[in-house]
Design a protein around this ligand. Structure first.
Ligand SMILES: Cc1cc2nc3c(=O)[nH]c(=O)nc-3n(C[C@H](O)[C@H](O)[C@H](O)COP(=O)(O)OP(=O)(O)OC[C@H]3O[C@@H](n4cnc5c(N)ncnc54)[C@H](O)[C@@H]3O)c2cc1C
Length: 386
């Protein structure tokens, strides 16, 4: 049976970074993955340009039962460290928003750089881990291609979304076997189904603000056939919605004030024409309906107020929100409860030598490079701690 200091389950962002750190510390490392190529989510990330980090990464951009957990790993391997890593590999970077970094050379260049750094690790591909056992200080890793043994195991099996890329729940099964609790999972960073809008609006994108509890986010929203998507909605779905979300489709305009001013100065203007000044024509027609051709002068203030509310204050209750399936979600909320994992080393508090890193844990990041930053940081910490 082949023996290693460390066996890492999963050759994704977290597993590769863990392997790189452990092998640099002189450990013998095998990285076992069920797929035929490593880092498949990295390869498709950021629309193929890999949004690999964000300098705004801090506890406020992470979600889970205990977001504070990210503090330790992010302090040990920060976005600045990741940018240094990219620079050391001569990867060209580009920023979409300030601090949101993509790889201008494409995601494949990031994967090549990772694989170069992981050259000292044995890559065991096309091999599914089925179970692990521990006897004394030794782990036996049972795989579809036979058993392997080691002194430490890092579980970096990722989330269970986007199954077309090859995913499994073995990380959760292993965690449970050693006494860890699992926080229930749901899709996140995904579109939602809701009948708050009309399918006819499908394809239109708008800058909006969305209030979720005490937080307000601003980004673009895309109408779809079954509801809404786009970055603003993706970011909404990673957060905890308690009762409702409130969407403002014209966040820079107090629409009631705007309409009253037009009524005073240009009352002949139709309501449809006025709303088209701040929203796309099709949205304006949907909002105004058969009133579209009515002159504003002929409308009561209460009617104007009603229309304004349908733009500035669209309340969508939780009961009218259905997350898209895991198949199209970029990440999952939930996973291995961080309560029984050390944030200094990523080691299990229940089983010495067992480590967790990346999305398999109950940590999900905001849209914008935060999930990969979490995978790099937690993988680095786990690999370095062994
Ligand atoms: C389409 C898409 C785009 C994204 N874009 C971005 C982005 O631009 N920026 C960003 O920050 N985040 C992005 N994300 C999220 C990010 O890619 C993930 O959060 C991150 O890759 C998770 O890394 P990980 O190493 O924890 O898990 P993964 O990358 O999922 O790796 C887990 C590995 O474990 C292996 N595995 C699972 N079960 C077994 C088993 N039983 N035996 C052996 N191997 C197993 C899998 O084959 C996989 O290779 C995106 C996600 C998706 C789906």
């Amino acid at each position: 049976m082949k023996q290693y200091d460390v066996i890492i389950i999963g050759a994704g962002a977290a597993g590769l970074f863990a392997g790189i750190a452990a092998s640099r510390n002189g450990r013998t490392v095998a990285i076992v993955d069920m797929g035929d190529s490593p880092a498949r989510k990295v390869a498709v990330s950021g629309g193929g340009r890999c949004n690999f980090t964000n300098t705004a990464a801090d506890v406020k951009r992470y979600f889970g039962k205990n977001p504070q957990f990210v503090r330790g790993p992010l302090a040990q391997f920060s976005p600045t460290d990741m940018l240094e890593w990219a620079k050391s590999h001569k990867l060209k970077t580009t920023q979409k928003a300030a601090g949101q970094y993509f790889c201008a050379d494409g995601a494949a260049a990031v994967v090549r750089a990772l694989m170069g750094d992981a050259a000292q690790c044995d890559m065991v591909m096309n091999t599914s881990v089925i179970d692990i056992d521990k006897h004394g200080n030794t782990f036996t890793v049972h795989t579809s291609n036979g058993d392997m043994c080691c002194g430490a195991v890092i579980v970096a099996t990722g989330g269970t979304s986007f199954a077309t890329l090859g995913v499994s729940d073995i990380g959760l099964k292993i965690a449970k076997k050693f006494g860890h609790k699992i926080v229930p999972m749901r899709p996140a960073l995904c579109a939602i189904q809701t009948n708050a809008f009309d399918a006819e609006l499908s394809g239109i994108s708008l800058p909006v603000s969305i209030r979720i509890g005490r937080e307000t986010i601003r980004d673009d929203m895309l109408f779809t056939h079954t509801g809404v998507g786009g970055p603003a909605i993706y970011r909404t779905t990673v957060r905890d919605i308690e009762r409702e979300i409130i969407i403002n489709m014209a966040p820079d305009t107090d629409v009631y004030e705007f309409l009253r001013k037009i009524k005073q100065t240009n009352g002949k203007k139709t309501i449809g024409g006025a709303i088209s000044m701040i929203l796309p024509e099709r949205v304006s027609r949907w909002i105004c309906g058969d009133k579209s051709a009515t002159r504003i002068a002929d409308m009561r203030d209460a009617e104007l107020h009603n229309i304004a509310e349908r733009i500035n204050n669209v309340v969508v209750p939780l009961s009218n929100i259905k997350y898209h399936t895991l198949a199209s979600a970029e990440v999952v909320r939930g996973g291995v409860d961080t309560a029984d994992v050390s944030s200094k080393t990523m080691e299990s508090k229940l089983c010495a030598g067992l480590y967790f890193a990346g999305e398999v844990l109950d940590i999900a990041g905001d849209l914008g490079g935060f999930n990969l930053q979490w995978a790099w940081a937690s993988g680095f910490v786990a690999g370095n701690a062994i």
